[in-house]
Ligand binder design. Structure first.
Ligand code: BG6
Ligand code: MG
Length: 218
């Protein structure tokens, strides 16, 4: 078994479920820039530290967290419009994305897993995930793509990863989730998957192994 591909002990791992933003691709900075711009319009400064809480969180929930930081209130209708505005700015940034936005080792590691017969799914909260995969020309490396438009419950609910495992026709316990957010780690734990944290253990308790980037596993 290609267990050494994951650096984990224990039972066989037949599938890999990847978060997108912050694991495969460096888009977190564009989310931040777009939220910061919205905050500036609302009259407050949104720091990178504030932004940490938004990672892995759905678009609307992110807006609500941002409004809490700025002590602002909005009607549900205003929230929808503000989230659309942020997304339009974010999508503008996405149109400048090129292969350089892939995080170290992403493509090589995906290719290596495929060559070893591991099934691969994306499990992302982002509704922009298909656009990003397309722009970075990595869409063909996935057996299944579950994005924010296919789930009704956001991370930390395990729905996105359970759907990914189901699409791969694998039991959750034989899949490993790669995540850089607390909400995502909690989702994977609730789903019964193995977990590799991309980041530091202090920020992401609950993973079996921590890496800086996928390059560490090549
Ligand atoms: C997650 C990001 O992957 O997707 C979050 O970590 C983001 O920051 C969420 O809010 C939703 O993304 P989108 O592209 O649908 O607004
Ligand atoms: Mg992420």
């Amino acid at each position: 078994m290609p267990q050494n591909l994951f650096g984990l002990e224990g039972g066989p791992i037949l599938g890999a479920l990847f978060d997108l933003d912050g694991v495969l691709v460096d888009t977190a900075k564009y989310h931040y820039l777009a939220w910061k711009r919205l905050a500036a319009e609302l009259g407050f400064y949104f720091t990178e530290t504030d932004n940490e809480r938004l990672k892995g969180v759905s678009r609307l929930r992110s807006l609500e967290l941002l409004l809490e930081v700025g002590h602002c209130t909005m009607t549900e209708e205003e929230k929808v419009l503000a989230a659309e505005k942020k997304n339009a700015w974010y999508v503008e940034y996405l149109h400048t994305l090129d292969q350089g936005a892939l995080l170290p080792g992403s493509r090589e590691y995906l290719e290596r897993l495929r060559a070893a017969g591991i099934k691969i799914a994306l499990g992302s909260a982002s509704k922009n995930a298909p656009l990003i995969l397309e722009r970075l020309k990595i869409a063909s490396l996935f057996d299944a793509v579950i994005d924010g438009s296919l789930v009704s419950r956001a991370k930390p609910d395990p729905e996105v990863f359970l759907k990914g495992a189901e699409k791969l026709a694998l039991a959750p316990r034989s899949c490993v989730v790669f995540e850089d957010s607390l909400a995502g780690i909690e989702a994977a734990r609730a789903g019964g998957m193995r977990i590799i944290g991309v980041g530091r253990s202090e920020n992401l308790p609950g993973a079996e192994l921590y890496i800086n980037s996928l390059h560490d596993l090549i």
